[in-house]
Write a protein that binds this ligand. Sequence first.
Ligand code: PMP
Length: 363
Amino acid sequence: MSRFFSDKYRKLTPYTPGEQPRDASYIKLNTNENPFPPSEKAIRAGEKALRSLMLYSDPACTLMVRALAETCHVGEDQVICVNGSDEILNFAFMAFCDEAHPAVFPDVTYGFYPVFAKLNRVPYTEIPLQEDLSIRVSDYYETGKTIFLANPNAPTGIALPLSEVEEIIRRNPDNVVVIDEAYVDFGAESAVSLVDRYENLLVVQTFSKSRSLAGGRLGYGIGSASLIRDLNTIRFSTNPYNVNTVTMAAGAGALADPEYTAKNCEYIQTVRAYTTEKLRDLGFTIPESSANFIFASHPDIDGEALYRELKKRGILIRHFSVERIRNWNRITIGKKEDMDTLIRESTDILGGQGDGSPVRMGR
Ligand code: PMP
């Protein structure tokens, strides 16, 4: 830290992204990326857009806003485009939280929420998940706080039904409820259909997961026109050109190919069911996931030990150093052949190495 770093940020612990190794080729099951490339329509549109990079990108994101409004059946004034959904989450902390409107979210959820809260000096409360890692919906009634809920939740993968999400929104009429639907396309119900009925609802989605554009950085928010106006005030006060021209074109291409997205999401759900069953057969505990990852723990092996052992064998999964989930790992669903390698190596690790004696590591 330099002596010039503002006191405001000296105590900030930044978010730790999952490893993106450049030195070795791993089976990468650690950052919830899609195993398939972007749609050909996205690739072609992105390539074409490269030719106009001498111009600034469209600050109104007209192309994307129009396409998303049509896809989501909302008005164009109910859509905002951002540089990955992380950006809109930060905007939401900036726009809708302060001393009088503290934030609230589960104790086990997306690790960026507490970072954004601290960055923006927003007081926050973490509500413990239940023993089975699910959210107790009534914990979020009449909170008097700005609510951030990932649905499906990360890293558990557990989704709330839309009726329960709606009840939370209905019971907090004077506070904004942000529903982070980064993984919604893998089997959960979206709250987008509710935005016309609740002016306090902001739904956040991304092109990073179901549409294979994580590196493009494209996210968006759908909400009441007044919430979207507030978020645009923040956007135009930070970076009006937040979505670059190539990404915008690629995003529109991806949106124009819903069959490709649906096919890949279906594949991932099938492989998720297969992997869950095989790992449960090995003794893993895995809550029912509605996302493109599963959350797994095993009684005979410490979470970090399993992560390390798999890494030695060329497979990356995600381990979090948060105390409550230290025996768990989040495993992205990749192609079937990669999941078969994971299952084989996990079987080997759990069954012992060579001499047939079972491993008991760290527990
Ligand atoms: N929300 C959740 C729950 C996530 O897991 C992620 C991915 N790390 C994001 C939002 C952000 O995704 P992106 O910025 O790539 O849209």
